[in-house]
Each structure stands twice: as structure tokens, then as C-alpha cells.
Ligand binder design. Structure first.
Ligand SMILES: CC(C)(COP(=O)(O)OP(=O)(O)OC[C@H]1O[C@@H](n2cnc3c(N)ncnc32)[C@H](O)[C@@H]1OP(=O)(O)O)[C@@H](O)C(=O)NCCC(=O)NCCS
Length: 173
């Protein structure tokens, strides 16, 4: 298995992976497609195994108004047949060591038990607009003390609309 930056020729494989890893929803596929179409700054890596893309991770800008205040980790997925074998952990640990990521403030909306293993901690401020009491919102290297609603790239809402999901009901893992 090797980890590499996502190359354009592998984007279609990533969309297929997201469809399998998040069954019953188009949200994550629509989100990543729109981020790509709109040329948003996204830091993305994939795990390749026998020329298949078996895992994907992405980070995009987090905003305090129009200022960038960190990065959102979303989405992250491992192909169902490779889950619970350490692939997700390896990819996430790799990403956290990368230059573009390693000193940034990070946010993730996900299962605390999973992400706390990697150094994420419950986030007091800012507030996640998709999880108003921040029960599943975690952060790392976060010195923000004032409360505000953290911004996401607009595609996070647009994808919710086009996949028939409301942003606030966005899946949290
Ligand atoms: C969540 C996910 C990325 C984890 O990757 P993975 O390769 O399966 O996880 P790993 O093998 O590295 O880690 C497995 C460990 O994490 C735990 N774990 C896996 N998914 C978890 C979850 N959603 N919540 C809490 N713990 C989880 C497992 O119980 C296991 O624990 P153990 O080591 O004590 O046995 C992967 O299961 C996945 O793609 N799920 C579907 C899509 C998703 O929910 N993505 C995340 C939200 S964007």
C-alpha cells in the first residue's frame, strides 16, 4: 500500500470510493466533485493498493468570517472491504505529518472516540454550524477562545442541497 497526493486521473476512483464508503447518500461524492470543479484549495491524499484507491482524506479551509482560521478534515473514507484494518489510521497519521497540515489548527466533525486517538480534542470554540452543541466537533492546535460559527467552503452546503440532505443533518463519523 502506498500513500500519495490525489492526482487528477484518480479523481473518478475517489468518487467511486466515497459512494461505497457512504452508502445511501450522495453527499460526500457531490461535495468532493464540487470542491474539484470549483478549484477550491483542498489537501488530499489517497492510499493505493494494487492500483486501486482504497482510502481518501481531504482538508479544506476553515473560516472566521473571511479570514482563514484553520483546516477542516472532511471527508475521510476507507473502502468497506479494507475498513478496520488500520488503513484509515495510517492515512490520517501520514496526513497529520505533512507540511501543509502539521502546524495548522484542525477541525473535524466526527466520532470523538476515533479522532481523539490522533490528538484531536473536544472543541469549545468556535461552533460548528452542522453540530450546534459541538458534541461531535473536535479540534487540534486550537487557541480560539471567542465563540463564532466556523465557516466551511460553500460546497459543503451546496452538496447538502443537491444530495437532498440538510447541512445540519450531515453525517458525522
Ligand atoms: C471511519 C473510517 C475512515 C475509519 O477507517 P478504518 O481504516 O476503518 O479505521 P482503522 O482500521 O484505522 O481503525 C479502526 C479502529 O477504529 C474504530 N473505528 C472505526 N470506525 C469508527 C467510527 N466511525 N467511530 C469510532 N471508532 C471507529 C474501530 O472500532 C477500530 O478500533 P480498534 O482499533 O480498537 O479495533 C472508515 O471506517 C470509513 O471509511 N467509514 C465509512 C466512512 C466514514 O464514516 N468516514 C468518516 C467520516 S468523514
Amino acid at each position: 500500500m502506498k500513500i500519495q497526493k490525489l492526482m487528477i486521473e484518480n479523481r473518478t476512483k475517489v468518487y467511486a470510493l466515497l459512494q461505497h464508503a457512504f452508502p445511501g447518500t450522495d453527499y460526500e461524492v457531490a461535495l468532493v466533485q464540487k470542491l474539484h470543479e470549483n478549484n477550491r484549495l483542498v489537501h488530499e491524499w489517497v492510499c493505493i493498493h494494487t492500483s486501486k484507491v482504497i482510502a481518501y482524506i481531504a482538508f479544506s479551509n476553515a473560516y472566521d468570517g473571511t479570514d482563514i482560521c484553520g483546516l477542516h478534515l472532511a471527508p475521510m473514507a476507507v473502502a468497506p472491504e479494507f475498513q478496520n484494518q488500520g488503513v484509515g489510521s495510517e492515512l490520517l497519521k501520514f496526513a497529520l505529518r505533512q507540511e501543509a497540515i502539521k502546524s495548522r489548527t484542525l477541525f473535524v466533525l466526527g466520532k470523538p472516540a476515533y479522532y481523539q486517538r490522533f490528538g484531536f480534542e473536544p472543541c469549545g470554540a468556535p461552533i460548528c454550524p452542522f453540530d450546534k452543541n459541538n458534541s461531535h466537533f473536535l479540534s487540534m492546535r486550537n487557541n480560539i477562545a471567542v465563540s463564532f460559527s466556523v465557516g466551511y467552503e460553500p460546497e459543503f452546503n451546496a452538496a447538502a442541497t443537491s444530495s437532498g440532505k440538510q447541512g445540519k443533518n450531515r453525517r458525522s463519523r
